[in-house]
Design a protein around this ligand. Structure first.
Ligand SMILES: Cc1cc2nc3c(=O)[nH]c(=O)nc-3n(C[C@H](O)[C@H](O)[C@H](O)COP(=O)(O)O)c2cc1C
Length: 176
């Protein structure tokens, strides 16, 4: 599927709605709820079997996704602010909670994400931070070096704030 051109138009959803998806171990979507389809302007059939990177917005720093995959592959959960792109290129922000899911034997059999509407005060901190991370990543010679430089800058920012990543993200979530 061709990548849409990003537009400056924001889409939104209600604070009572949750965007849900599930994936297999390779990250291909196996379930999406109606809210996911409605906000992203996709039909369910267009999403099932696809990776979540179909939603990837070019404004998102790679370091955030790197941390996300690192966490869930270790069996841990993560909360992350993510700017996503709808099928027509419009954007929407989410606060995503991503976790591994387990079969009855306790083995990881996929991943699961619930996404809620983030608060405006949280985005007032996140948007400039992600702009800085992205600029740092884009200054590097290649994708891998970019991701490492973004991750290093994120760590510097957290050190300055004397906060761990989770404390930072969840602290923002309670600001609104
Ligand atoms: C359960 C789950 C949910 C995800 N949700 C999103 C999402 O909403 N938006 C997004 O851009 N990436 C999401 N990702 C991360 C993507 O897999 C991917 O790492 C990201 O889009 C960056 O693309 P890239 O790794 O090809 O650069 C999710 C991953 C998992 C496992």
């Amino acid at each position: 599927m061709q990548r849409p051109q990003p537009t400056a138009t924001e889409r939104s959803f209600s604070e009572h709605e949750i965007i849900v998806s599930k994936t297999d171990l390779k990250g291909r979507m196996t379930y999406v709820n109606d809210v996911f389809c409605k906000v992203g302007l996709y039909e369910e059939e267009e999403l099932l079997g696809q990776p979540h990177s179909i939603l990837r917005h070019p404004d998102m720093p790679r370091a955030v996704f790197h941390l996300l995959w690192q966490r869930i592959q270790e069996g841990a959960e993560i909360f992350a602010y993510v700017k996503n792109m709808a099928k027509n290129g419009d954007f929407y922000w989410v606060l995503a909670h991503v976790t591994p899911s387990h079969d009855l034997q306790g083995k990881v059999d996929g991943y699961h994400s619930n996404r809620r509407l983030p608060g405006r005060n949280a985005l007032a901190v996140i948007e400039p931070l992600y702009k800085r991370l992205l600029a740092e990543e884009q200054r590097q010679a290649d994708r891998k070096l970019g991701m490492q430089a973004g991750a290093a800058l994120l760590n510097d920012v957290l050190r300055e704030r004397q906060q761990g990543y989770d404390e930072f993200v969840l602290g923002l979530a309670t600001m609104d």
